[in-house]
Design a binder for this molecule. Structure first.
Ligand SMILES: Nc1ncnc2c1ncn2[C@@H]1O[C@H](COP(=O)(O)OP(=O)(O)OP(=O)(O)O)[C@@H](O)[C@H]1O
Ligand SMILES: O=c1ccn([C@@H]2O[C@H](COP(=O)(O)O)[C@@H](O)[C@H]2O)c(=O)[nH]1
Length: 231
């Protein structure tokens, strides 16, 4: 089974923190290793909330702020590759936005060959365009690697009728469709990403990545977090 894991940048720093926390990265690496050892083929789209989010950079044009955000995703990818390889996970980074020795340009043939050869794939540089987020990139890359599911690995344990970090009376919704998610203006992923999932027929499960074993349990079909299904 092929899975695209959308990792929040904060998985590398700890919630609400910036930079890299080696303990968090070591935990993240062990969670990915567990699923690789079970035979799952893994692609990762990593965000950059631990470094830069374009919208948070004041005094810059949005285009330039987003370019800085995009470069943050590349930094995270290079950081993760180093940690993954120390733990014996063969890893390749794909991106369209930089020319670095550790980064390959995206091609369907090289993606397929890397998956077939047991590499973990890290897709960096989002969609390559400003005004998007890595959620939308996750959907595009999931389609390109023929993933059966996207797991959004985040800091909340599923989808709620409103943001559970802001509203203590938020109610969890275990199962919904993309149309329902868009109608309810659910913000756990951006609307562009939900619309693309609906169009491409890709399922998303939202889990709390900070709960040990949650990724593997989700892939084994346990009913954890929330699932969003094509209509
Ligand atoms: N209805 C909702 N249900 C669940 N979570 C929600 C909802 N609305 C907003 N959120 C928020 O969405 C956030 C999930 O996004 P997260 O920070 O993981 O992703 P990201 O922005 O893609 O990552 P990054 O840290 O890399 O920018 C959570 O912090 C959660 O509080
Ligand atoms: O397609 C994309 C993806 C991302 N960006 C910029 O990068 C940062 C970090 O991504 P997150 O998804 O927020 O973690 C984002 O805030 C944008 O500034 C982009 O421009 N295009």
């Amino acid at each position: 089974m092929r899975v695209l894991v959308k990792l929040s940048g904060e998985a590398l720093s700890g919630e609400g923190r910036k930079g890299f926390d080696p303990e968090r990265v070591s935990y993240l690496t062990s969670e990915i290793k567990k699923v690789v050892e079970e035979g799952y083929r893994v692609g990762i789209v990593v965000g950059a909330g631990n470094l830069f989010r374009g919208i948070e950079l004041r005094g810059l044009s949005r285009e330039r702020a987003d370019q800085i955000g995009l470069l943050g995703t590349v930094m995270n990818a290079v950081y993760l590759k180093d940690h993954f390889e120390r733990e014996g996970l063969k890893t390749k980074i794909f991106s369209q936005i930089v020319n670095l020795p550790d980064v390959e340009s995206v091609s369907y043939d090289s993606i397929e060959s890397a998956i077939e050869n047991g590499f973990v794939l890290i897709f960096a540089g989002g969609t390559s365009n400003p005004f998007f987020t890595t959620d939308t990139a996750a959907v595009l890359r999931a389609k390109e690697m023929k993933a059966q599911i996207i797991v959004k690995a985040t800091k909340v344990d599923g989808i709620y009728d409103k943001d559970p970090k802001r509203f203590s009376d938020a109610r969890k919704i275990e199962r919904l469709t993309f149309s329902e998610a868009m109608k309810m203006r659910i913000e756990v992923m951006d609307a562009e990403a939900f619309a693309l999932c609906k169009k491409l027929g890709i399922t998303v499960r939202v889990i709390n990545f900070f709960e040990p074993g949650s990724l593997l349990r989700a892939l084994k079909g346990e009913n954890i977090g929330s699932i969003v299904l094509p209509d």
